[in-house]
Design a protein around this ligand. Sequence first.
Ligand code: COA
Length: 152
Amino acid sequence: MQWNGSAQVSLILTKINYMNFHTRKWIKPEDLNPNGTLYGGRLLDWIDMEAAIYAIIQLENTRVVTKYMSDIDFQASAETGDIIEIGLEVNSFGKSSINLNCVVRNKMTYETIITIKTIILVNLDESGKPTPHGKTTTEYHSDRMKLRGIGG
Ligand SMILES: CC(C)(COP(=O)(O)OP(=O)(O)OC[C@H]1O[C@@H](n2cnc3c(N)ncnc32)[C@H](O)[C@@H]1OP(=O)(O)O)[C@@H](O)C(=O)NCCC(=O)NCCS
């Protein structure tokens, strides 16, 4: 493929803009590992919760479970007192599943702390079986507000 500088930079910027960094966490002593840096299990716990909330809102169903995660890359550590933010975006919508990717970065320095390329969550029915969610595109808060006639 031929390099088209400005078009590709603009595509990358557009992609970055779609990642929503909603949740911030303030690293406290109880979040640390024996090495004195952010415990990875705590970070994955926060990400799993954030991904579930994101999927619940996108799929408009509270019965959503995490099925699969892959390509987890702990790139840098965080220390007590740091503020981090969790970003998620949709890779794709399946029939009953939603495929997300995640970036967590330091709020002040923008250093990337972890990336997860794939997080699959599955939409369930009342009996706990996968059920189609009928969604095909990411829905934004502002669009939903407009649809419901809320706000200016
Ligand atoms: C989630 C669960 C109901 C799925 O059951 P299942 O029999 O695997 O369901 P299916 O095979 O129909 O797969 C459901 C969807 O997940 C996708 N999927 C399943 N395994 C996958 C994997 N390893 N990688 C990527 N996608 C996968 C399927 O492609 C399918 O997506 P689609 O409907 O969009 O095409 C079941 O595995 C389960 O209950 N797991 C435990 C979940 C859990 O407790 N999570 C932790 C707490 S939140």
